[in-house]
Design a protein around this ligand. Structure first.
Ligand code: DX5
Ligand code: ZN
Length: 224
């Protein structure tokens, strides 16, 4: 049974204090840290890249969940691996050769995640891609910015993937908060990314622990 992994998105952190923010999140119970890499081309925004990830690396033992919103995902595999990235999640919309890219990521010593935007069908990942990937990320907002509204219409995609792949890590990203965790957990997501929902919460530890309990409770329905 896939267990809950809570992955606060550093996009909502105080960028002037990244090391302290990373530590604050692990202290609050985060398992992973979600690092949003944007190239201003695949999405209309710029954030951080390998040098910043490398700078945060010595300050935390958290698992680095790198979400690559970039037009040429194969270009950054080595840099992110050297910087200490552990999950390299690329967008299926950005590559014609997902299987070769998954292999490249594995060869670089990282796990491979595959992300689909809200308008992208699960058909693009069902089969060999989902079988070789370590995680599928079902975006619940259009990638590019934090603080957007959760798109509940993406939940059937999560449910379909969970039914097909009971052991796969399935991540949701965008608009996750107290109001949207229940439908996400019920649909079968076990990796929960939240920027605003955790960083701006009055008590992030409480939010993280509630997310974890709800996910682990919901995952029991797929036990046979
Ligand atoms: C958006 C990023 C998200 C973002 C989520 O493109 O992929 O990781 O930080 O932010 P919230 O949780 O505020 O919607
Ligand atoms: Zn993200």
């Amino acid at each position: 049974m896939p267990i809950a992994k809570i992955s606060p998105s550093m996009l909502s952190s105080d960028f002037a204090n990244l090391a302290a923010e990373a530590k604050r999140m692990t202290k609050n119970g985060a398992d992973w840290l979600h690092l949003d890499v944007m190239d201003g081309h695949f999405v209309p925004n710029l954030t951080l890249g390998a040098p910043i990830i490398q700078a945060i690396r010595p300050h935390t033992e958290a698992y680095f969940d790198c979400h690559m919103m970039v037009s040429n995902p194969s270009q950054w595999v080595d840099d992110i691996a050297k910087a200490g990235g552990q999950m390299y999640t690329f967008h299926i919309e950005a590559t014609k050769e997902p299987l070769a890219l998954i292999q490249q990521i594995h060869d670089a010593g990282m796990q491979a995640g595959v992300a689909i935007k809200p308008g992208t069908s699960t058909d693009s990942v069902i089969g060999a891609v989902a079988e070789q990937a370590d995680m599928i990320l079902v975006m619940t907002v259009e990638p590019g910015f934090g603080g957007q509204r959760f798109m509940a219409q993406c939940m059937p995609k999560v449910k379909q993937l969970r039914e097909l792949y009971p052991n796969l890590d399935i991540e949701v990203d965008g608009g996750l908060a107290m109001e949207t965790i229940d439908v996400s957990a019920e649909a079968g997501a076990n990796v929960i990314v939240a920027g605003t929902g955790i960083f701006k919460a009055e008590d992030p530890a409480k939010v993280i622990s509630i997310f974890r309990n709800k996910v682990n409770e919901a995952q029991k329905q797929w036990l046979n």
